[in-house]
Write a protein that binds this ligand. Sequence first.
Ligand SMILES: [Zn+2]
Length: 385
Amino acid sequence: MRPIRPGDRGPAVTEIRTVLTGLELLPPAIGDEFDVATERAVRAFQQSRGLSVDGRVGAETWRALDAARWRLGARTLYHAVPEPFTGEDVRSLQERLLEMGYDVGHADAIYGVRTARAVAQFQREVGLKPDGSCGPHTMGALRRLGRKVVGGRPQWLRESDAIRQSGPTLVGRTVVIDPGHGGTDPGVVVPDGPLRWCEADLVHDLASRLEGRLAAAGVRVQLTRGPTPATCLPDTDRAQLANSLGADVFISLHTDGHANPEADGVATYHYGTDNGVTSATGERLAGLVQREIVARTGLRDCRTHAKAWDLLRLTRMPAVRVEVGYLTSPRDRNRLVDPRFRDKVVEAIVAAVQRMFFPIERDVPTGSIDVSELRKVVAAGAVMD
Ligand SMILES: [Zn+2]
């Protein structure tokens, strides 16, 4: 769908304005024009949801706006199959349950099995029938408990526990590598004399190098696409694939682009929203990937950022998206087209994945892991401990 943008008019714009007014981002007024105030409200909304802030309503922003209509308590929620409930009310419920220490995974605004199970557990503990649905009685119980019970970001603790319990070895882990774009979508394309540098091709090359290195360290690796897929897989399908494989770690690879050739550097994204809801292990993986790449390649540090993109929101394991340099920056591009440089990037990511499975108190300094050692350990049949 073509994004709805400033200057547009019509019923879709009225619809958008109504939702934004309901969220108190736009003063109540009749109108069907996407005016300056609407654009400002859309930007504020996108920022609050961790979406890309462009002031336009594309598919992802539209879905978020549609879901934002629902206030907790306005409808009875349950685990519906095959079309689960999604919306702001589900997210509020999940955040409330997380605060109280129930395991719903990410607050992803989808009423899935895990949310239903957490609701049932809550119901059992407060003496209600544990049917896993959230109707007036359960809402009443939640309201009575208010915000008295706070477990201190339990979703952080649970994810780190799962990682810790699985031990420090890489052998037998599953890593899903997601080369961005592909098929009809080449990503960032930069002509260079008779040549043409294309993000989709470069990140696929990075992904296959990474696949080789991780496989040599005993990791089960799966790529989300081949070098020349017929179509471009949507982010929701990429996340689905990682979930269905039960991946331990998900890494999406991209290069960035900007009209200004001066823009350069590496940035890493993990799941999170401005309400402070975040994936702790995703944040940690992003920090490790970012620091290792900066230390080993010298790319400019454009830092880590929390985003609620579908790809990061729907994946159930620590997930990051790395923008490895700007293809539009002559400086970054000269390095990216050099296979030896790409190997350094790959080594940095392998080191970050390895550190992800060290207990925090046994973590090592950035840049200190000799990636070739990992292979020897596997060859010797030893399990790192
Ligand atoms: Zn990209």
